[in-house]
Design a protein around this ligand. Structure first.
Ligand code: UDP
Ligand code: MG
Length: 318
């Protein structure tokens, strides 16, 4: 084998020039003190700032860094997937964010747990240092997911984790286009263990996850790992039919036995039409989400496109 890295650290970067110097200096001290042969795989997810240039200089000077450049901004989950495909670790990979919210210094603790026979060490956020609304949304989302998901996705854990090589190989072999990595990781199974940590604030710069992107990620989690929405609309349909029958029975009864009672007309009709139109559109939307995923899957496009790779201080175009 042309390399003998035991561990890879995978870090997707999108416009992270502000955090880059601190990130690299912390990574270098981790690499110096960690006694296991480790590479860092940085993935440039189509950054428009100085991130790619900084990465290039670094990878050409230090062969512990492998840099993968994607052809455009594909999104965090896809950048991560690229890192998972290109990394060379033989034992384990650690996945972390580039803004230092996930401390790379934990590599030691995580690797010890992997060596003790665990296949996944996932980080659980003890305390988040984000705004109240974002925290509340995350909290609610994870609890909804826990209740409706067909697999057991741990509460308050994101992508920050370490996985054994075999878990990585299983995820890489999954042909699904729509990637929700923390879900795929849970799906694989084996022995998975949580590790509590305090999530710090972003080192510098702004969050690269827009509200729209977070929403899309949340959707992926729900529609990729739960049959609840589609089953729910069947139940909703059933409830509405029962409701309509009861209402019809009540109206007929009043017409026959209480002809003096005025049956509310126009307002009720408009209300019912609006309500059921809404229910139908909502149901179509839910079905549409699943159809979209099938459409995405049958197109069979690659998950990401790589522009070039710099490894072992050498650059090669893809
Ligand atoms: N990121 C990426 N592509 C994107 C958006 C984000 O590679 O389209 C990277 C980003 O550079 C960071 C990580 O994903 O290293 C997590 O993003 P961020 O910290 O902005 O997300 P948040 O912590 O706010 O959820
Ligand atoms: Mg962050």
């Amino acid at each position: 084998m042309h390399n003998d890295f035991e561990v890879s650290l995978l870090i997707p970067l999108y416009n992270e020039q502000e955090t880059f110097p601190t990130l690299i200096s912390r990574l270098k001290s981790v690499l110096d003190s960690f006694k296991v042969k480790t590479e860092v795989v940085l993935i440039n997810d189509g950054s428009k700032d100085a991130t790619p240039q900084l990465m290039e200089e670094l990878a050409l000077a230090d062969k512990r860094f492998q840099c993968v450049f994607l052809s455009r901004n594909h999104g965090h989950q896809y950048a991560l997937s690229a890192g998972m495909f290109h990394c060379r670790a033989t034992k384990a990979v650690m996945v972390l964010d580039g803004d230092l919210q996930d401390p790379p210094e934990l590599v030691n603790e995580f690797y010890n747990l992997i060596q003790q026979g665990n296949d996944v060490v996932y980080a659980i956020r003890k305390k988040r240092k984000e705004g109240v609304i974002k925290r509340l949304l995350y909290w609610t989302y994870y609890r909804i997911m826990r209740n409706i998901s067909s697999i057991n996705i741990p509460l308050d854990s994101g992508d920050f984790c370490m996985m054994s090589r075999r878990v990585l190989d299983h995820i890489n072999a999954m042909p699904e286009r729509n990637r929700y990595i923390r879900g795929m990781r849970s799906w694989v199974g084996f022995k998975q263990v949580g590790y509590e940590y305090e999530r710090s604030e972003r080192e510098a710069g702004e969050s690269k996850y827009s509200f729209k992107m977070l929403w899309r990620l949340a959707y992926s989690g729900i529609f990729n790992f739960s049959e609840f929405p589609i089953k729910f609309i069947t139940r909703l349909g059933l409830i509405t039919v029962i409701f309509a029958i009861i209402y019809l029975g009540d109206t007929v009864y009043k017409k026959i036995f209480e002809p003096e009672v005025m049956i509310p007309g126009f307002t009720m009709t408009v209300f019912l039409i609006t309500l059921f139109c809404g229910v139908q559109l909502l149901s179509l939307g839910v079905i549409g989400e699943y159809v979209l995923r099938i459409y995405d899957q049958v197109k069979q496009r690659p998950i990401f496109v790589t522009d070039k790779i710099i490894k072992d201080k050498q650059s090669s175009n893809c």
